[in-house]
Structure formats: C-alpha cells, structure tokens
Design a protein around this ligand. Structure first.
Ligand code: S3P
Length: 447
C-alpha cells in the first residue's frame, strides 16, 4: 500500500504499574518468508500465527500477482497454493510493497532468475531506501534493474532468461541481501553460495531447509558460507509462526521502565540471530526471566517474565548490532531512563531503515530533554535515571513504526506526556499495539 494514509497523532503518559500477559503477534520476518516459500512450493502450505500487519499483507498481495493462490481462513490462518520454483507468472500491474524493505527485496530476489519482468514501488519511506544492495548481486545472475537515481524505487527488474549460479560475499550485514541472493539461486542451475562476514537472521536458511531445499551452512574463517543447490522442488509445509521478538521488545521495555510493573510475554523467539536486545537489557541490570524454554515452529522460544528494574547505561558492542538491529530505537529509550551513559556502536545500518533511525531517535530524545551524541556509526545517550526524562514534546516518526512505538513507550516513563505526529505506521508490524498495551494498563491515546 504505497498510499500512506492520514496521519494518526498519538500520545502516551505516566500511569500505574503494568501487569498481565502480553501476547504479541507473529514474527514479521518469518511471516514474509512463509508466504514467499509457500508461493514457490508445490502443494498447499498452511500457515498459523501469520502476522496480519500491512507489510505482510502487501507480500500476500504480491504473491497473488505472481500467480500463487493465497487465502485467509481466520485470524492468522492462511494457506498458499504455490506455483513451484521457476513458476512465477509476470504480474499484470505494479507490485506495491508499501513500507516493507523485506517484502520488496526478497520478492525481487524470487523473480530475478525467471524470464519475467516486474515493476516495484512503495510508500514515501520505501522509495528513499537503497535497492542497489540487492540489484547488484541479482545482476550477477543475469537480471537487469531500471530504477530511479541512486537505485531507488520505482524500479523494474527484468529477470534473467538463462540464470547462472552466483557466489557472493555480502558487503554489509543484511539478511535481506542474503535472502534475495538465496531466493534467486533457487531458480539457477548449480550451486549458489552466499558468504556473510557477520551472521544475520537465518530464517530463510531454516525455512528453505524445512521446505526441502538442499542448503548447508559452514562456519569458515571468512564467515558463514551458505551453499544452496539450485532448482529444487520445494514441497508445501505447515508453518507455525512464532511470536515476534522485535514486537515483544516494546512491552518488555515498557515493563522495565514503569515502576512496579510485572508482566509475562509468552512464546518469544530466542533465535540467537534475533535475541540481542534481551541480552543487552540483562547487561543493563534488567530483571528478565526466560521461562519454559522450548521449540515452536522450528524456532527456540521462551516465556519472558519482566519486572520493573533500575537500569545502568553500558557500552553496547558492535557485535550485538545484527541480533538486535531493529531494537535500537527502543533501546535508546531505555538508555534515556537508565543511570549513566549508553554507547551504541556499529549501528550505521540504522541510517537506511524505514527512516534514518539514528537521526529520528536523536532529534526526538533531544526534544524530550535527553542529551544525545551521534556520528555516522554511533549513538550515545546520556541517561537521566529512573523518572528523570522531562518529556513534554511531540516527536516526528518519519513513517517508521518502530520510532512511533519507541517514543510512546518513553511517554509511559517520562515526567510529562510524549506525543508522536503519526502513529499510523505501527500497523505495518504491530497492528494490535494499542489494545495490547492498554490491556497491560498503559495510557496511550489517539489525538
Ligand atoms: C529483515 C532484515 C533486517 C531487519 C528487517 C527485517 C528480514 O534488515 O532490519 O526489519 O526479515 O530479513 P537488513 O537485512 O537490511 O539488515
């Protein structure tokens, strides 16, 4: 949906302690992949727990445009009747991926090694984001890309009629780039290899294996070497999508910051490529218990019991960045409420997310009375201690769901209410955010 609708101003304020159970929705990364691999399989894939956020709905629509039959049966229950590897049809219209970098980049990968063309666009945020990072490796398969200056959407990809397999070392830590190459490799003969120096979320590899692809991951001195055998027949599967750790981050951080809180967040993925925030929070002194560890939908999960904690600022190593890359906005809010300084290094990738998240958080925190320093790759937040953030500002969200939710969480702990200019992007990843937070006792209002 590229038509970003009317802005929804929202506001949050201090209230009583948070209590209860926060059942956050399905994982966004896994939801996209379940629809995409379902569409590339033979047979009927059945999905439960699918995130019904706008980003994922846009991917469902795109899969229909390429020929798959995608049906909603009930809340989170979907099926996909796939067309098989190499079976994508040429879409009759532009593919609009809305706000979703994951959607557009993975789908470009899927179609780039087929003899079809597709034109992609997105909302004002997505049209600013760099696509060269996927079109460069896709060109090695033989695909061509025609976009706006700087490799921006709208962009037409002309798929390779006779794709060749590729060996590619990703130049930045990006699961989207890795996944685009692997998905393109599905329809190329021979072996496609991706080497990533820094491990990133591995849902594509796990799920490809689950759908029957021959894929191996070896740790080498250069990093992880992922080898995919091309032109497999993928077979439809049942996929149970676990809850999203990146959404769980918001109630977890809220409970840590609001005095007297004690909440349970069940079934949160503890995949080591995704759980960095929870480890960082514990390093800051957070009282988080990981209860009932188990496996769900092929992912390690645990129930998180989280209690209010007085936190201390820390130096967050760059090695943590990739396992918590989407959590820096809310981590910087936690840092603002901690005692002492938090230094977040190695975070350059935040500059090319749904917004420039270093800039968006720095400006909003400053407006709330917090002292911040930044350079291209670092964000430093000088914590004001529990109850120390003045607040009383309106923060700009720049069509970025995580910026909107982060400032609304800060408002629950600040001295004066905090407003955001537009909470509508929250629906891209966490459509039940307001209800869920209200159920815990948080005061978050529209208007
Ligand atoms: C995602 C990968 C990450 C992350 C995004 C989801 C994915 O992006 O920020 O929210 O599902 O592959 P990068 O690949 O750009 O790091």
């Amino acid at each position: 949906m590229s038509g970003h609708g009317d802005p929804i101003p929202m506001k949050s304020r201090k209230g009583g302690p948070l209590a209860g159970v926060a059942e956050v929705p399905g994982d966004k990364s896994i939801s996209h992949r379940a629809l995409i691999l379902g569409a590339l399989s033979v047979g009927r894939t059945e999905i439960t727990g699918l995130l019904e956020g706008q980003d994922v709905l846009d991917t469902a629509k795109a899969m229909r445009a390429f020929g798959a039959t995608v049906t909603r049966h009930g809340p989170g229950e979907w099926s996909v009747e796939g067309v098989g590897v190499g079976g994508f049809a040429e879409p009759a219209d532009v593919i609009d991926c809305g706000n979703s970098g994951t959607g557009v980049r993975l789908i470009m990968g899927c179609m780039a090694s087929s003899p079809i063309s597709a034109t992609f666009t997105g909302d004002a945020s997505l049209r600013k984001r760099p696509m060269g990072r996927v079109t460069d490796p896709l060109a090695l398969f033989g695909a061509r890309a025609y976009g706006r200056a700087g490799g921006r959407l709208p962009m037409t990809i002309v798929g390779a009629a006779e794709p060749v397999p590729v060996s590619y070392t990703t130049p930045m830590a990006s699961a989207q780039v890795k996944s685009a190459v692997l998905l393109a490799g599905l329809n190329a003969p021979g072996q496609t290899v991706v080497i990533e120096k820094v491990p990133t979320r591995d849902h594509t590899e796990r799920m490809l294996k689950g759908f029957g692809a021959e894929i191996t991951v070896e740790a080498t001195p250069e990093g992880n070497r992922i080898t995919l055998q091309g032109q497999p027949e993928l077979t439809a599967q049942r996929v149970a999508v676990p809850r999203d750790p990146s959404s769980a981050a918001f109630p977890v951080c809220a409970a840590l910051l609001v005095p007297g809180s004690d909440i349970l967040v069940p079934g949160v993925s503890q995949n080591p490529t995704r759980n960095g925030l929870f480890l960082t929070l514990r390093d800051m002194g957070a009282d988080i218990e990981f209860l009932n560890p188990r496996e769900e939908g092929g992912e390690p999960v645990a129930d998180l019991r989280v209690r209010y904690s007085e936190l201390t600022g820390i130096d967050v190593a760059p090695e943590r960045a990739s396992s918590q890359i989407d959590e820096y906005p809310v981590l910087s809010v936690v840092a603002a409420c901690a005692r002492g300084t938090t230094v977040m290094r190695g975070v350059h990738e935040l500059r090319v997310k749904e917004s420039d998240r270093i800039d968006a958080m720095a400006r909003g925190l400053e407006a709330c009375g917090v002292r911040v320093e930044e350079d291209d790759d670092t964000l430093i937040v000088h914590g004001m201690g529990p109850g120390g953030v003045p607040g009383g500002a309106t923060c700009a969200t720049h069509i970025d769901h995580r910026i909107a939710m982060s400032f609304l969480i800060l408002g629950l702990a600040a001295q004066a209410p905090i407003a955001v200019d537009d909470g509508s992007p929250i629906a891209t990843s966490f459509p039940v955010f307001e209800e869920l937070m209200a159920g815990l006792g948080a005061v978050i209002e529209r208007g």
